[in-house]
Design a protein. Structure first.
Lengths: 301, 320
């Protein structure tokens, strides 16, 4: 047993490891499902952001009393909702708004979480202890409830304030992950060597430690993106996301809280649900492929 | 053991104080008060000011906080402005419903997770494992509220197998057998919807634990001693893999709270989650602060429970 293991390890040692990006690319191409998902995502994004340049949001959310609850037809591709608004147009705008929020929140939680985790893990000791107690407190808060309460207070909110509220209660997961990685990493020789050379803490953290945890950051942020789409549409579904004048995918689903709509008017809520599912699944597929690519034990090739 | 439990419980006190402060500040910041929408335009504004003064809404915040907390400790959560009854009574009714919903969800979650996790871990990399892993993968990507909507649509409306709202058929006498059955009947669909989605993490965790444990030396020893395959799994592997699952029990509570807000609103189930959303739409702040506080305290207790179970299971945590 021992012998066999040693043999397996040896030939790997002298081999020069390929660069990070080329491994990720190789893994993505090899995993057909992830590749298809990635293409699907790029197409959706291009379509949504492209058409929303042409589509006028105000025109779509304007109430039209003559065409309430119309089933899909030539004029309205996916029918209309209770305000006579075109569901297809709302779907396009909604996907755009949902994606924008999810991307914004993912980026902001990423930046805050990574900085927090790196500093906490790198310095360790008392600083780490205090920072982790603060983080623990945030972790314990029931997210949905606190965000609902916050949204109720802020009288006029827009994309930016809404994503800030979400960010304020979502940065902990990634911070904790990065911190535990930074704790391991700071014991390694290259950090010690850099310290001996007299580099400043700031330089060590951001130009040496950060690149070495980058793969973990990319994977976590991709998976977070999928989760954030779900969270945002969930909040909009409950009526604590965007107002109806800025539809998101969750807004369309929230019409299904009316039993009549749920039972008889599938065209309002089914397309949005399918779209949310597909988006989340394909982002997850890409994320899982990235995870395999960055973890040598799980790599397929 | 006791030292760790005591220390961990002491940490909880500042957490609850900060939580109550946060909720109090949130409630203070909310626009309007319970009087602003409810009283007709013919009421003299001076009278309104008098009422506000009487209720103590013009006192400095620390006095209001102190009197609120004093009430909370005594079990007096104030009166609901909309339901015209003490909040503690209102919450008492709703909490029972949420409690049973959570219990049913937990039971179903473990009923699904344990057999699937064991099958997946024991026969890993076979078609059975791939099927179960596929399920957890989809479960991970499906938002709870979409799944619940689809379940309600199919089983509630299209097939009509289950009731579509409420927690009890009206007109039944409490305490009778039919009353109990009606309660359970109303519980099944919401609990099952939540369990089917939230169970994925437990399945994945159990599978990975079993796959890891399978290759440990003590299992090899047990096999070498001639233990039968079922004995190896039931007595040796399962016992070691189930303990960490038990430790996550407390965290399940936090998940249940977030889920119940969606589930109760979709299935029209009169519990705490529905009360929370109603109280915000109706600007019933005494109810809002009380529900938020209770949910928050429940999450803190859940985390405490998990840490204590973990410390029993894994002595390394105690030493740290």
């Amino acid at each position: 047993m021992e012998n066999k293991k040693a043999e397996e390890v040896q030939p790997k040692a002298p081999m020069k490891s390929p660069s990070g990006i080329s491994i990720i690319w190789r893994e993505l191409v090899r995993d057909k499902l992830a590749l298809v998902s990635l293409i699907f995502l790029i197409l959706i994004m291009a379509a949504v952001y492209g058409t929303s340049l042409v589509l006028d949001q105000k025109e779509i959310v304007k109430v039209d009393l003559f065409s309430i609850h119309e089933p899909p037809s030539e004029e309205f591709l996916l029918g209309t909702d209770y305000g006579g608004r075109d569901v297809f147009g709302q779907l396009v705008i909604g996907t755009k708004n949902s994606l924008t929020i999810a991307i914004l929140v993912t980026l902001m939680t990423g930046i805050i979480g990574v900085a927090y985790g790196l500093i906490s893990g790198y310095f360790g000791g008392h600083i780490d202890n205090i920072m982790m107690r603060i983080l623990d407190f945030f972790m314990i808060l029931p997210f949905t409830m606190i965000v609902i309460a916050f949204v109720a207070i802020v009288p006029k909110y827009n994309t930016i304030t809404f994503s800030l509220i979400m960010t304020a209660f979502l940065w902990m997961g990634i911070a904790r992950l990065i911190r535990s990685k930074a704790l391991q990493e700071k014991e390694l020789d290259y950090i010690q060597a850099s310290k001996t050379l007299g580099s400043s803490h700031f330089k060590i953290i951001f130009s040496q430690l950060l690149p070495n945890v980058s793969s973990l950051i990319i994977v976590t942020m991709t998976l977070n993106l999928a989760a954030n789409i779900g969270l945002e549409s969930g909040l909009s579904f409950l009526g604590f996301g965007f107002p109806e004048s800025t539809p998101s995918l969750g807004t369309l689903l929230s019409y299904a809280r009316n039993p009549q709509t749920l039972e008889f008017r599938w065209w309002i809520w089914v397309p949005a649900s399918i779209l949310i599912l597909l988006l989340m699944l394909s982002i997850n597929n890409v994320g899982q492929a990235l995870k395999r690519a960055t973890d040598a034990r799980q790599r397929r090739g | 053991m006791w030292k760790f439990t005591l220390r961990r419980t002491l940490i909880m006190i500042p957490q609850i104080i900060v939580l109550s402060l946060l909720i109090f500040v949130l409630a203070q910041l909310m626009p309007g008060d319970a009087l602003s929408g409810q009283i007709g335009p013919d009421v003299d504004p001076e009278r309104l000011d008098e009422i506000r003064e009487e209720m103590g809404w013009n006192d400095p915040w620390y006095e209001q906080y102190a009197s609120w907390m004093g009430g909370v400790v005594k079990g007096d959560l104030g009166d609901s402005f909309r339901f015209k009854m003490p909040v503690s009574e209102l919450i008492g009714q709703r909490m029972v419903n949420t409690f049973w919903l959570s219990v049913a969800t937990l039971i179903l979650t473990y009923l699904i997770a344990i057999p699937l996790g064991i099958a997946s871990g024991r026969y890993n990399d076979t078609w059975r494992d791939q099927l179960i892993t596929g399920y957890t993968y989809v479960g991970f990507a499906t938002p709870l509220f979409i799944f619940a909507l689809v379940m309600l649509w199919i089983f509630g409306f299209k097939l009509g197998w289950f009731p579509t709202s409420g927690s009890i058929t009206p007109g039944l006498e409490p305490g009778t057998f039919e009353y109990l059955m009606s309660k359970i009947y109303h519980l099944i669909l919401p609990a099952l919807s939540m369990a089917l989605i939230t169970t994925y993490s437990t399945i994945q965790y159990l599978r990975n634990e079993i796959v890891d444990t399978k290759h440990k030396d003590f299992i090899l020893t047990a096999r070498a001693k001639g233990a039968s395959e079922s004995r190896v799994y039931n007595r040796h592997i399962l016992r070691n893999s189930l303990l960490p699952i038990a430790a996550f029990f407390g965290f399940e509570i936090t998940g249940l709270i977030g889920g119940s807000i969606f589930i109760e609103n979709i299935f029209g189930y009169p519990g705490m989650g529905q009360l929370l959303v109603e109280s915000i739409t109706l600007r019933d702040y005494t109810v809002l602060t009380a529900t938020t506080l209770l949910f928050g305290v429940a999450s803190i207790l859940g985390a405490l429970l998990s840490d204590i179970i973990l410390s029993i299971v894994d002595p390394r945590i105690r030493i740290k």
